[in-house]
Structure formats: C-alpha cells, structure tokens
Design a binder for this molecule. Structure first.
Ligand code: EPU
Length: 426
C-alpha cells in the first residue's frame, strides 16, 4: 500500500492548476448510457474513481477510448448496445458507483441489476430515495443477494419532492427523467455545480431540462438522445483543498483553472479567518501571514460550506487563534480524521455533530492513516505544517479523487513523496 512521506514547514508558493471535477465526471460518464451515439468528455481527471467507472461501463458493453498524450484527459464513450446492464459488486464496491447508473440503465434498457452500495466511512449513505422515486416513475424494483433489480417498459414522468437534498439522487433521477414519458418536476433538488454540469451535457444530448442549479428542475421526456461533446467543470473541492493548503502553510498560492464562483462559501470563511483571497478570472490568489482567527463553520448543501472540505478546514482550524466550532450536517460520521489529527497534537473535542478545535496548536509528525478521500486530504494539510516527517498510510483513498496531488504540491514547494512498498518483495 502506498504511503506519503511529508516533511512540514514549507510555505506553498507559486501556481497550481486544477483538474476536472471527479464528481461531475462520474455522472457525465453515466449519462453516456442514455444514447447509442458517441459521447466525448473533455477535462476528465485521471483518478482512480474514474478508472473504476470506465471499467464499470466497459463491463456493461460500452466502447471506451482513453485519450493519450496531449488528449489524456479526454474520453470517448459509446454505448451502442448494452449487452450486460449490470453493476457488479466487485467493480463498484470501492466507490458507491452503482447509484449513478441505476436511473440511466432503467431509462435506456428497461432493466438494471446493480449492487447495493454498502456502508461507508463517512456515514450510512442509504439510496432509499433513489429507489422510492424510480418506483414512483414506474420501475419495479426488487432486492436479492445484495443486488437491486429494476424493470420497466418505459418510465413515466412524475412529481418528486425530495425530503432530503441529495446530489447523486438528483442526478440519478434527472438521468431517468430525460427519457421518460411526459414531464417530471423535481422540487428541493441539489443545486451543486455538478448537477448543473450534468444537465448541460444532457441538454447537449437533446434533453429538455429547465431549472438545473435551482431547487426546482423540470424535465420534458424525449424518446431518444444523441451524442455530444462536453467539457467537465473544474474541481471545486480540489481547488478548495489547495486554497486551504496555501492558507495553512502561510503561503502565497495561485490556484488557477478553477471557477471562483463555485467557491464563495470557502472564500468568505477564509476572509473571516484573515486569509486574503484575490480573484482574477479563473485564478484565486491565497495569501496568509501573521495571526489567523478562529471561525465557526457548518457544512450545508451548495451554495453553503461543502462537507467535502470539512476535514481540510479542520486541519487549518488547528492553526487558527481561538476555538472554531465545526458542525457536520450532511453525513453522520464524517469525523474519522479527528483521531488522526489528535495523534499529531491537535486539540479537538467532538460533541454530537460538532467538533471544537482549539488553536493554535503546534503539530508534530506522526504515523497516521487515511480513512476516506477527504480525510486523507486533511491529513496531508496537517502534515504540511507539522514539525518533522509525517507518514500517511492508505493513500489509495486520496488517489480516488486527487490527480497527481503529490506532484502538484511539490511544484509549489511542499516536501512530499510517495513511498511504494515499504518492505521490498523477495
Ligand atoms: N441520503 C438519504 N437517502 C438517499 C440519498 C441520500 O438519506 O437516497 C442522505 C445521505 O445519507 C446524506 C445526505 O442525504 O446524509 C446527502 O447525501 P447525498 O446523496 O447528497 O450524497 P452523495 O450524492 O452520495 C455526493 C458526492 C459526495 C459529497 C456529497 C455531498 C458524488 C459522487 N459524491 O454524494 O462526495 O460529499 O454529494 O455533497 O458526487 C467525495 O467526493 O469525497 C464525496 C463523498
């Protein structure tokens, strides 16, 4: 298992470029199921979750061509025939991918057999609402041996009022609704930029969608979609992670190739802490020096403070003067990084959904372990300011969603390297 070795103490200085958003790329790849024509996606990040989704689509019968050389971030997907509309447990177990293919598979082929996503390191994460509303659209769904099996002649438009705002729920049902018979109205939808990105691709494929990016989405079903070419949004969570890396190290970092309009909540929070964030076009310059102040943060759905930056902000909070109360409202157990940060000297107390982080605490290097994708990013950020060499184990979690993170960080002055197998094989 790969590990990172990070020697703390260097401020991050220079320019770092943001990759395409994994959480946009995944639903957009799933959307290719909806047409027999070719879908070309640009700005696809080279991360493990995307590789897994490629395998999944290929296992269903899709033709997938990977870009190479200068086109390495392009993928061409053609689902001319889907001979095997199945999402097998062996493929999807690492990334809960099955919920994103359920809707499009039923809409296109009238049947789907997908592995039920299991528990996860950030909470229980059920998909009961996906199932409830696909059934309301006319799918007959049964469950056996850990799989959901769905069948229908054709889905029918319906009225959905999400009782909980769900990102992949909104995306899954949007993909189901575009080929359904009649109109679907969805209220209390997720407004995340990833939903808007997916809607832009679907519209380019011939779908009739209004209101994506607002809480009410209206879809007029069509009988057929065609191929399209689409560029994936920049990754706002990668951008936010690097902004926080610039801030925690007292650096002067240009985070470029991002969409600053997607990062309003983080920019405001950093301003309140005393970190300067200057926006010019697609670049955010982050400068932090002197004493930074503690600021409370509560995670909420977009456009609020993202849960996917909660752990990374907590790493910064250990370096802020005063106590920051960080409240996690989206997932029920997304504090696994707390114990690891505590091993590095952080002073954090959890009470229910909130963590009180008392700063400023000097951090010292320790051997720590990643528990999920964003928790790993939190540990890397802490390691960048810790005294000594931190060894971060299980970085395969990080590889699921951050493209070349160690190279990007090294390019702006961090001392980080990847250690392969610690003990050589005989
Ligand atoms: N929920 C239900 N029932 C459902 C669906 C969701 O109770 O049928 C609950 C969840 O348990 C959770 C809340 O609703 O408490 C919100 O979950 P949501 O469905 O929005 O999360 P998700 O769609 O599974 C996506 C991202 C996550 C990100 C969340 C929140 C993708 C592939 N994943 O997950 O990203 O944290 O939205 O913004 O888009 C990550 O990238 O590290 C990551 C976990």
């Amino acid at each position: 298992m790969d590990k990172f070795v990070v020697r703390g103490g260097n401020p991050l200085i220079g320019t770092v470029r943001i990759s395409g958003a994994k959480n946009s790329a995944r639903p957009c790849m799933a959307a290719s199921i909806l047409t027999e024509d070719e879908v070309v996606l640009e700005n696809i990040p080279q991360v493990r979750d995307i590789e897994t989704e490629r395998k999944l689509l290929a296992s269903m019968g899709a033709q997938i061509e990977l870009g190479y050389g200068r086109a390495q971030h392009r993928t061409r997907i053609q689902c001319a025939s889907l001979s095997n509309p199945v999402a097998a447990y062996e493929i999807v177990k690492t990334m809960r991918a099955s919920s994103l293919v359920l809707g499009p598979l039923i809409a296109r082929t009238g049947m789907a057999r997908v592995s039920m996503p299991g528990g996860c390191d950030i909470g229980s994460r059920p998909i009961d609402l996906h199932i409830k509303y696909l059934e309301k659209m006319g799918a007959k769904i049964t469950q056996d041996h850990g799989y959901l099996e769905a069948r229908t002649d054709r889905l029918k438009g319906t009225h959905i009022i999400w009782e909980k705002i769900t990102v992949t729920g909104t995306e899954d049902l949007l993909m189901a609704a575009v080929l359904a018979d009649g109109e679907t109205i969805m209220e209390n939808c997720a407004r995340e930029p990833e939903v808007t990105d997916l809607a832009a691709l679907l519209t380019a494929m011939g779908a009739k969608i209004e209101g994506a990016g607002t809480s009410t989405i209206r879809v007029q079903g069509v009988t057929k979609l065609h191929g399209a070419r689409h560029r994936i949004n920049p990754d706002r969570i990668e951008a936010g992670t690097l902004m926080l890396a610039g801030a925690i190290t007292g650096g002067d970092l240009n985070v470029s190739g991002c969409d600053p309009s997607h990062l309003g909540a983080l920019i405001n929070t950093l301003h309140s802490c005393g970190v300067r964030c200057d926006v010019t076009g697609d670049t955010i310059r982050v400068r932090s020096e002197g004493i930074l102040r503690a600021v409370d943060v509560t995670t909420v759905e977009y456009p609020g403070f993202p849960t996917d930056l909660q752990g990374q902000y907590m790493a910064l909070a250990t370096q802020l003067e005063g106590t920051s109360i960080i409240t996690e409202n989206i997932f029920d157990s997304r504090f696994k990084h707390v114990q690891e940060l505590a091993r590095m000297g952080a002073d954090i107390h959890i009470q229910g959904r909130s963590a009180a982080v008392r700063g400023k605490t000097p951090l010292s290097a320790a051997a720590v372990m990643c528990s999920d994708l964003r928790a790993s990013a939190a540990l890397v950020l802490a390691a960048l300011v810790a005294e000594g060499e931190t060894i971060i184990d299980r970085v395969y979690h990080m590889d699921r969603g951050y493209e070349n993170i160690e190279e990007k960080l090294r390019g702006v002055g961090a001392q980080i390297r990847r250690m392969g197998e610690v003990f050589g094989k005989k």
